[in-house]
Design a protein around this ligand. Structure first.
Ligand SMILES: [Zn+2]
Length: 483
């Protein structure tokens, strides 16, 4: 798709600051190709503003209809957004991209194949561009590609029929090459649809660029005012000259060096998969099949259409006002906004539920038990840990053992529980790898006298003594999922 875009796509005057021939930027190559790659069913793109997402989605529309002979449905968050997209992006593309214009003899006049939410080309391929608010707009004819633009602005339940991506992707059930494309700036953490979709993808890719001075690859990050590295500036007066400081060696990287870095960039996922072009994928240097679903994250620091200085200036303008700062985090950093403060709205908590088809979700890698000792009972919980960069945890089980902690009978029941195994989504049965037990109550010596660890196939319930439960029970706020 990236090659097709470079050869045929054109930036229309209505839809961009600069009119002219399209040139795919290095960081866009893999994203476009993943959209066009028949082995990949789902492409999720979490992004900031100014990275060309709307253009790339317009390219996908044109490419599927003209080059791949496929039907496409695109949903926008609202009916008026759908109409705007048709007028500002879709129709000018038909006019300005000659291979598409050839298939549209009706261009510029009234015709049944040329309406504000529908186009039918002479190769019989169709575009439907619809608002995503009402369920009836998801009951269209079959399609090959479903595109959701600004997914995080959609309702999460479309008139009680389900999430937009679920009911929308049903339209492709008959297609030999189904493709679901979701692009969006994120919104509020925990209820953000694009973040959820991306976290559920098989591989979540971040973009690594080599430092032009020490050659170490790294993800560009914001860092912040107090951080040692990343985007740095000397004073508010000189913020527009901000530079980037290499995380590995502290090299000073200037804005003009970004382009050359991006040309040598590559995408790497948390599991160690890499790709440069969205066509060939590798693990440990060996070629592997393309994942069925992928996610990409890219933000303004990679963009050739802004500068690190402007990013920092916009931050300084926004930082005093939570609403402006939320806007900056969403549209410049391309990250979901974490609500501050103690208050937890029931609705927000409810929205953070996740469904998984086993006792322990795929992303979890280890289970740990924790036991609170009370005078009349033991309260035992097993927690699974893992997830994106190891920052997630899930409550797997909570058991209350009533009885007298001064007697061995109660502790024997606990020892049995420590041998529990839980079904992991992969089918593996996972044991409790280690158990922490509260020694701070009235039964310290009973805990100390527990038999030492019994091995269960390699690693088993080892005893971890803690004098205070507190640090064990409080997971970092961003890591906690509603159970
Ligand atoms: Zn460096």
């Amino acid at each position: 798709m990236a090659e097709w875009a470079d050869e045929y796509f054109y930036l229309s005057v209505e839809s961009s600051y600069t009119q002219g021939v399209w040139e795919t930027r290095p960081f866009q190559v893999a994203i476009l190709n993943a959209m066009g790659n028949d082995d990949i069913v789902e492409v999720n793109w979490i992004k900031s503003a100014r990275v060309g997402c709307t253009k790339c989605i317009t390219i996908a529309l044109a490419y599927f209809a003209e080059h791949r002979q496929r039907n496409v449905i695109m949903w926008q968050p609202t009916d008026s957004a759908a109409e705007d997209f048709m007028k500002q992006h879709a129709e000018p593309t038909i006019r300005d991209v000659p291979v598409l214009r050839k298939l549209a003899p009706w261009y510029g006049r009234k015709h049944r194949d040329n309406t504000l939410d529908y186009k039918r080309f002479t190769n019989s391929r169709q575009w439907f561009i619809r608002g995503g608010k009402s369920a009836k707009n998801y009951r269209e004819k079959s399609t090959d590609a479903s595109i959701y633009d600004e997914l995080s602005s959609f309702d999460d339940d479309i008139e009680k029929e389900g999430p937009p991506t679920v009911i929308g992707d049903k339209r492709m059930e008959g297609s030999a090459y189904p493709k679901s494309i979701r692009g969006s700036t994120p919104k509020t953490k925990g209820e953000c649809q694009i973040s959820k979709a991306a976290n559920e993808a098989d591989e979540f890719f971040y973009r690594y660029l080599p430092c032009p001075h020490c050659d170490e690859y790294q993800v560009l990050e914001w860092g912040g005012e107090k951080a040692k590295h990343e985007i740095k500036w000397d004073s508010p007066e000189t913020v527009l000259q901000a530079h980037y400081e290499c995380k590995h060696t502290g090299c000073v990287i200037r804005q003009h060096e970004l382009e050359g870095m991006d040309e040598r960039g590559e995408w790497r996922s948390g599991s160690g998969m890499t790709t440069r072009d969205g066509l060939k994928f590798y693990c440990d240097g060996k070629p592997v099949d393309a994942p069925l679903s992928v996610a990409f994250h890219i933000w303004a620091a990679y963009s050739p259409w802004t500068t690190w200085g402007k990013i920092a200036r916009d931050f300084l303008r926004a930082k005093g006002d939570p609403n402006k700062l939320k806007g900056w985090v969403n549209t410049t950093k391309g990250e979901a906004w974490e609500e501050e403060g103690e208050r937890v709205e029931a609705h927000h908590l409810y929205m953070r539920r996740e469904q998984y088809p086993a006792q322990v979700p795929q992303a979890a890698v280890v289970i740990v038990g924790f036991v609170d000792v009370q005078d009349d009972r033991l309260e035992a919980s097993s927690w699974a840990f893992g997830g994106e960069r190891g920052t997630e945890s899930w409550l797997v089980e909570h058991q209350v053992f009533r009885g007298d902690p001064g007697r061995h009978e109660l502790w024997n029941r606990l020892t049995q529980w420590r041998h529990s195994r839980y079904e992991h989504e992969s089918g593996v049965m996972l044991p409790i790898a280690a158990t922490g037990i509260d020694t701070g109550g009235h039964y310290t010596q009973m805990v100390y006298s527990l038999p030492s660890a019994t091995r269960v196939s390699g690693y088993g319930p080892a005893k971890v003594q803690t004098s205070a439960l507190h640090p064990w029970w409080v997971a970092p706020a961003r890591a906690t999922k509603a159970a």
